[in-house]
Design a protein around this ligand. Structure first.
Ligand code: SOE
Length: 382
């Protein structure tokens, strides 16, 4: 197994998750991080145990010992930094959304093709063992013909008007919020499981808080609950807190999803259900080691993650024995494993979410925004 050196740009919420996942692989050394200033970078590098720190992303990209660069910055920097990584001829692992407009994400797809670098987007929920198992079931027609899917992605960390994060500001997050931030995960996961692209969407979006109270100091993702709201300014909110979407897939399968960042009690509730002519299947990220099989004439089955019971092609997504729970950090690890395995030896084919998938998700979001504005079904132009 070849050894690789990685650099991480951005160490807010998700950068440290990439670092932990890479360290668990065994053949990847995280040699540098970059942050907005040299001081922040130094402090974060110390905390994360990373040898080198840079105060600009360009310095990290120009570091000759780095083979792969992970772009873990806020959304508005994804396009610019991804371009710089690709132009330097380095392999690129980007956070989602790939870009904030479809023109930019299409340009990134063109650039990776012309430079021939390996490109990946962290749609991590695909990489749970039982999501992979459900995808195998769908591909082998084990549910019969799947005619409909439903699901949701709900969180509550932006429930109150005092909750604040950079994602609420379109200049950092783009013109879609809940859909781009978390809906994009659901769209990627369901398209992966079904093996079908979304053809068109009909969207109804809601902004619950017309104004929110912005704290004067910066707040990390999920950290808003600990805020003292005394030093806040009112800010008008133009992006969606909540949305419900009707979907039609390329093969005619029907879909329906609800996405929310303001549903009290829902922490990271990403769920899908497949309805086939013989069986249903459902899965919930908050109980990721369980898959439910819905049957008509027999008792329903409750499958627990166990590499012996998983489809053998994907059994290696489980790393611990049955009953030993695996969760969010392990799906990020599986994503990174697949990407670096391909960089090492592409003969096994691409088994991870690429810039093509990232571009598709941006196009789905753009169609959703257009549908919400026009009140019409909109085709996804990816
Ligand atoms: C915040 O909504 C967030 O951190 C998303 O940005 C991530 O993509 C999701 O995995 C968890 O929630």
């Amino acid at each position: 197994m070849k050894k690789f050196k990685a650099g991480i740009i951005g160490t807010g919420y998700i950068g440290p998750a990439h670092i932990e996942a890479l360290r668990r692989l065994g053949n990847v050394e995280v040699v540098a991080i970059a942050e907005a200033t040299k001081e922040i970078a130094k402090k974060k590098a110390r905390e994360l145990g990373v040898p080198k720190s840079y105060g600009t992303y360009k310095e990290l990209i120009n570091d000759e010992e780095i083979d792969v660069v992970h772009n873990c910055t806020p959304n508005h920097l994804h396009y610019e930094i991804n371009c710089a990584i690709i132009d330097a001829g380095k392999h690129v692992v980007s956070e989602k959304p790939l870009a904030t407009t479809v023109a930019e994400s299409a340009d990134l797809v063109r650039r990776v093709r012309s430079k021939g670098v390996v490109h990946a987007v962290n749609f991590n929920y695909r990489y749970y063992p039982l999501v992979q198992h459900a995808a195998m079931m769908a591909r082998n027609n084990e549910c019969g013909r799947i005619f409909a899917v439903q699901g949701c992605y709900m969180q509550d960390w932006l429930l109150y008007d005092t909750d604040w994060n950079w994602r609420l500001e379109p200049q950092f997050a783009g013109k879609s919020r809940a859909m781009a931030d978390i809906g994009s995960h659901w769209f990627d996961m369901i398209q992966f499981v079904l093996g079908q692209r979304i053809k068109r969407v009909f969207a109804d979006l809601l902004t619950v808080h017309e104004y929110r109270k912005k704290p004067v100091k910066q707040v990390e993702t999920f950290a808003g609950k600990t805020l003292n709201a005394s030093e806040c300014i009112p800010v008008k909110i133009d992006t969606e807190d909540y949305g419900q979407i009707l979907i039609e897939f390329a093969n005619g399968t029907k879909g329906m999803v609800c996405v929310s960042q303001v549903s009290a009690g829902r922490k990271n509730h990403i769920v899908f259900e497949l309805n086939g002519t013989e069986k249903s299947v459902w899965w919930d990220q908050e109980r990721p080691n369980e898959l439910m099989l819905g049957l008509r004439n027999e008792l329903n089955r409750h499958m627990l993650k166990d590499s012996i019971l998983l489809h053998k092609e994907i059994a290696d997504y489980a790393h611990y024995p049955a009953g030993h729970n695996e969760g969010y950090p392990s799906c990020v690890k599986n994503f990174c494993r697949n990407v670096y395995r391909y960089i090492d030896d592409p003969s096994g084919g691409v088994d991870f979410s690429t810039f093509d998938d990232g571009h598709n998700a941006v196009a789905v979001i753009e169609a959703i925004m257009q549908s919400a504005q026009t009140g019409k079904w909109i085709s996804v132009e990816a």
